[in-house]
Unconditional design. Structure first.
Length: 427
């Protein structure tokens, strides 16, 4: 019997070494925006999906200038707690037409704060630094002109092989037309020379896809912070009349819906001589349903359970009476992480719970899903401070088994304060 068990374990270890295990299945994207009204919704939809890893956001010269776009994006990220997402503005385009400027410039994206100082790095430099470190392919999301992507490729042509495709909102492909092209047609022609696949998304001819009061009301009670951000922004008096008058189309929204739910679109046209394809929605109703569904996503990363229990009856007597109160105050995700941490830790420990909260905040800061952070902990191996490590592993997914957490040697006999826990993006 002992030999049988030893053989079973050995075979298991051998098979584990042969199979390349990839714990991070999230698709990597970069977003470029010209800060139109619809871009706020499109970005919030992409951030609402826990299956996407947003490596950076750049701003281009379109509906707003890049510097104004930078201020809007950083305000949105700050209001959502995602200050760690990297944002850089692009350059102004010479002779660009600004047909819709006033409303876009006045529209508030997030927390009203004093202007954020501009970074020293420009959009193309950020793109190159991100792409150069990539080991996987990436999808580029274009919510404005292709200026920044063209500048990146002009400087580092070899990076074209890392790009799976560009998803872009415009009109037809024979020829391509629309505002996003009009702002910088030269950059589109440059990108074409690199033979990168471009999926152009547009609404069906003659069909009206708009942000109307019914659609906005549909996300009014959502618990999603991204739904709340969109509902609040478009309920503002500045654009309230535009929504009621049905003047705001679902334009760049379609790019995000297409990326998350490609089955809601049909291939309409393919350009024979160019790697360009046009997709249109299967139906107005389905697009509206997908729009609402994205904003009502409830993330549950359970791997074995069908869903994580929140019924007080499932829990120990001393916990039962406060389950509902904790979930209302902190949300299901923190509840789930806290429960799992204390089960792993084998008792209700204050430091383990602090570690859980630290890990959740780090994920929020970087807008990172599970398994997307590398963690270096200076909490050592001496309880009670070392109990932080259990909470960090559970809340970030950076476990010892995944090789994403490292306990640094602490050159002191005293426990290290929690403030010395550090996190960073995994490559």
């Amino acid at each position: 019997m002992i030999r049988t068990w030893m053989l079973t374990i050995l075979l298991g270890l051998l098979s584990a070494s042969v199979m390349a295990y990839n714990h991070n299945h999230n698709r990597k994207i970069i977003i470029d925006t010209d800060a139109g009204l619809d871009d706020l919704r499109a970005i919030c939809m992409l951030m609402a999906s826990d299956k996407l890893e947003i490596l950076g956001i750049t701003t281009s010269d379109g509906m707003c200038d890049p510097q104004t776009g930078y201020q809007k994006v950083t305000s949105l990220l700050q209001s959502l707690g995602h200050e760690g997402v990297r944002v850089c503005p692009g350059n102004l385009s010479e002779g660009k037409v600004k047909p819709y400027g006033d409303l876009c410039y006045a529209f508030q994206w997030g927390i009203k704060t004093s202007p954020h100082s501009l970074p020293s790095m420009k959009a193309d430099e950020l793109l190159i630094s991100i792409m150069a470190r990539l080991q996987d392919s990436i999808t580029l999301i274009a919510l404005g002109p292709l200026t920044n992507y063209a500048r990146m490729l002009d400087q580092e042509p070899a990076l074209a092989t890392r790009i799976t495709r560009i998803i872009w909102y415009n009109e037809g492909i024979d020829p391509v037309r629309g505002d996003n092209l009009m702002f910088d047609p030269v950059s589109y022609e440059k990108v074409l020379t690199y033979r990168i696949s471009i999926d152009i998304i547009h609404s069906s001819p003659g069909e009206e896809l708009v942000l109307d009061p019914e659609l906005l009301a549909g996300i009014g009670n959502s618990s999603s912070p991204y739904a709340k951000a969109v509902h609040s922004a478009f309920s503002d008096t500045l654009v309230h009349d535009e929504v009621n008058a049905r003047h705001l189309g679902l334009w760049d929204d379609l790019v995000s819906i297409f990326f998350v739910f490609p089955e809601a679109f049909a291939l309409k046209q393919t350009e024979e001589l160019l790697p360009v394809r046009l997709y249109i929605p299967v139906s107005i109703q389905e697009v509206r349903q997908k729009w609402l569904r994205i904003f009502s996503f409830e993330h549950d990363d359970s791997q074995v359970l069908d869903h994580f229990p929140a019924d007080p009856g499932f829990f120990a007597e001393d916990i039962r009476g406060i389950v509902d109160r904790i979930i209302r105050a902190h949300g299901l995700e923190e509840w789930r992480a806290g429960v799992l941490t204390n089960e792993l830790h084998r008792h209700l420990g204050a430091y383990a719970i602090i570690g859980t909260k630290m890990g959740l905040r780090a994920r929020e800061y970087f807008r990172a899903g599970h398994d997307q952070l590398k963690v270096v902990s200076y909490a050592g191996s001496i309880p009670p401070v070392s109990c932080l490590n259990d909470g960090l592993q559970v809340s970030t997914g950076a476990t010892l088994g995944h090789g994403l957490i490292r306990i640094a040697e602490v050159v002191t006999s005293e426990p290290v304060p929690p403030s010395r826990i550090s996190t960073s993006r995994s490559p």
